[in-house]
Design a protein around this ligand. Structure first.
Ligand code: GLN
Length: 311
């Protein structure tokens, strides 16, 4: 089913059913600004490889990318520095601990298990900040804007950035630990600053669905026709989304929804189904693993209805 009208009514039905689940979770409060968001907001978007963008719910809602930005920074780093360089700094294995855990870093090796947990993404941000220097954030915003096909260009939500940057003791602990072991090759505060800014980029589900569709379309944005990544990068990123996208709930999500996805603590989930489509949902209340409760349910239902599983 990829007729736009059928897709529209499927998304409308999904929003109607899943909205009622928002009461089952609690939105993130450890970044104070995230606690101020209206928890009842709910939106779903899909972008087909034919270039159709269909959405439903509170589609005007804007929210910060949080960990969904890790998809974009990994894509960018792979394009700029290559596969071998990137994976000499981070692994590609799932992590059984929470996304901000320090335990595995100390117990196994000092290399973060994958680029989608905080430690791994801080290392990637350090690589980008160290190699590109002062223009890194501007380049990243440009890359993100083109990947999402955003007409006016994406921007950082400064309140979210300040809120995270001034309360991020845990991420600072991770970064200083990795700096002490030589895993983080660049200065702690500059690496973290880029990481926080990337997490604070403001998007809507339409932007994220197009970002997912770009990866699903082997690196070419299906709305603009622009190539953003190589085919290899798109496969690498969607592969890691399949096994590491929902932190320590990635296995459960793979069984439940069966598609490559990446969540963020703002309540968004971006999905990239190779050869088929991009999908995105937003609903702030999270379950105990830090993933949107209604969002996971919506993605699972859409995956089932659209027969996306196992693609
Ligand atoms: N900015 C958040 C943090 O570093 C991102 C975490 C997430 O979305 N899981 O804690």
């Amino acid at each position: 089913m990829e007729n736009n009208q059928e897709l529209q009514s499927l998304l409308d039905r999904t929003v109607a059913v899943c909205r009622s689940l928002t009461g089952d979770g609690r939105q993130a409060t450890y970044i104070p600004e995230l606690a101020t968001v209206d928890p009842s907001l709910f939106s779903v978007s899909s972008a087909t490889l034919g270039g159709a963008l269909v959405s439903s719910g509170d589609t005007g809602a804007r929210f910060s990318m949080q960990s969904m930005s890790k998809v974009m920074s990994l894509s960018f780093a792979l394009e700029k520095f290559g596969y071998d360089e990137v994976f000499s700094h981070v692994g590609m294995e799932p992590c059984s601990e929470p996304f901000n855990s320090i335990m595995k870093l100390e117990m196994t090796s000092s290399t973060p298990l994958n680029p989608f947990i905080n430690s791994g993404s801080i290392v990637i941000a350090g690589l980008i900040a160290g190699r590109i220097g002062a223009g890194a954030m501007e380049e990243m915003l440009d890359f993100a804007s083109r990947m999402t096909g955003s007409k006016n260009g994406l921007a950082v939500n400064e309140r979210v950035y300040m809120s995270e940057s001034s309360t991020a003791d845990r991420n600072r602990a991770l970064a200083y630990f990795m700096r002490s072991s030589g895993t983080l090759s660049f200065e702690v505060e500059k690496s973290l600053d880029l990481y926080f800014r990337l997490c604070s980029i403001e998007v809507g589900t339409d932007d994220l669905a197009v970002m997912g569709a770009t990866l699903a379309n082997a690196g070419v944005n299906p709305l603009t026709g622009e190539r953003l990544t190589s085919v290899d990068t798109s496969y690498t990123v969607t592969g890691i989304m399949s096994v590491c996208g929902l932190y320590d709930e990635s296995g459960w999500f793979a069984v439940k929804a069966g598609i490559p996805a990446k969540s963020g603590v703002s309540g968004g989930i971006v999905c990239a189904v190779p050869g088929r489509m991009g999908l995105a949902v937003f609903s702030p209340p999270l379950g105990k693993g830090g993933n949107s409760v209604a969002g996971v349910e919506a993605v699972s239902r859409l995956s089932m209805e659209l027969k996306l599983r196992g693609m």
